[in-house]
Unconditional design. Structure first.
Length: 183
């Protein structure tokens, strides 16, 4: 009998040690696995807030809904050189500080209307910004738009993708007299 009890307790202990890491969630952890970038959850939330301002959700899903901010992180992680990744991260880490100094509010704590105003004023005065912040914002904006326009929702609902040459192509059309005189 004691042997059965020992095996039962041993099985429960091993199952608990196996399941425990999955139960503990870290709020600072990023939603996706990245190979080269070290991004915190707050930085991911900042990028998500920027995506939500650039392409907000209306009657159709916005950039946040199609996870364009995660697409941005993957593109920066996979496609940019080490130097550009470092500039992107440095700019991202200083971006919110610059917006806070100009508007007096933290970007992630502001309302949607305030975020729009903050980004609009930032874009108008971007020439005076630091190089790293410009690199971050321009790359993030480009990748967010690319992520949204290449999402499944965009390519099936908003602008359905059609293979070329498309349904209007007729490979057996006869040549008219007008076309013969041109050549």
């Amino acid at each position: 009998m004691k042997r059965r009890t020992v095996f039962k307790h041993l099985a429960m202990a091993s199952a608990a040690t196996w399941l425990l890491p999955a139960c503990v969630s870290d709020p600072e952890r990023v939603s996706i696995a990245l190979n080269h970038l070290r991004v915190t959850g707050d930085e991911e939330a900042l990028l998500a807030a920027i995506a939500d301002v650039l392409i907000p959700a209306t009657d159709t899903p916005g950039a946040l809904d199609v996870k364009a901010h995660l697409f941005t992180l993957v593109m920066v992680d996979d496609c940019l050189s080490k130097e550009k990744q470092e500039k992107f991260l440095a700019g991202m880490r200083r971006f919110e500080d610059v917006l806070r100094s100009t508007s007096g509010k933290k970007f992630s704590n502001a309302s949607q209307e305030e975020r729009v105003e903050m980004l609009t004023s930032f874009e108008e005065g971007m020439a005076a910004s630091d190089e790293e912040i410009k690199v971050f914002y321009q790359q993030a904006r480009a990748y967010i738009i690319q992520g949204y326009t290449s999402s499944q929702h965009f390519l099936t609902e908003i602008k359905p993708y059609q293979l070329v040459p498309g349904p209007g192509y007729n490979g057996c059309a006869s040549v008219t007299e007008d076309l013969k005189t041109i050549s």
